[in-house]
Design a protein around this ligand. Structure first.
Ligand SMILES: [Zn+2]
Length: 158
């Protein structure tokens, strides 16, 4: 059974694809629907597993292609934490990403407009940023206070 893509999202998808000279396909729709359904920054493999539940015939290569297309037409952001597979995020408002070191989960962090303006202002004269990517790493301190700190020995050396 396939996921129903909401009408609004379908229109958005068709518009974004056609601006790149592309057409909407069942595969692209399903990949987009899966990303919108559970916004937990899945990797391509995770997206593949979810889409395969709905569209058995789809291949991993097709899922990769669909994700690439969605990123290319600006509907989805690629989230890259070093040494980890790319994750995908359909949140189009300006936001940063926070990764919990312990669980590996990635969360959206809203960025106030004033902060973004300040960030753009610190560039050298004559430069303008097309995009700003902010990545946070850390942990939930309220949680780590309750657990044994010695069990958390996977600190990344930088
Ligand atoms: Zn995100």
């Amino acid at each position: 059974m396939s996921v129903q893509l909401p009408e609004e999202a379908r229109t958005m998808l068709e518009k974004a694809l056609s601006s790149e000279g592309l057409r909407s396909t069942r595969q692209r729709e399903q990949v987009f629907a899966v990303l919108l359904q559970k916004r937990d920054h899945p990797t391509a493999d995770e997206v593949y597993a979810r889409v395969r539940d709905k569209l058995e015939s789809i291949s991993l290569a097709t899922v990769y292609n669909c994700l690439e297309t969605l990123v290319q037409c600006g509907l989805v952001r690629a989230v890259n934490y070093e040494r980890e597979p790319t994750r995908f995020c359909p949140n189009l408002s300006e936001h940063a990403h926070f990764q919990d070191r312990k669980t590996g989960r990635v969360y959206d962090v809203d960025l106030p407009d004033e902060l973004m303006e300040q960030l753009r202002d610190i560039l050298p004269d004559g430069y303008e940023a097309d995009s700003i990517e902010l990545y946070f790493h850390g942990q939930n301190m309220s949680e780590s206070n309750r657990t044994n700190p010695s069990s958390n020995n996977q600190k990344k050396a930088k």
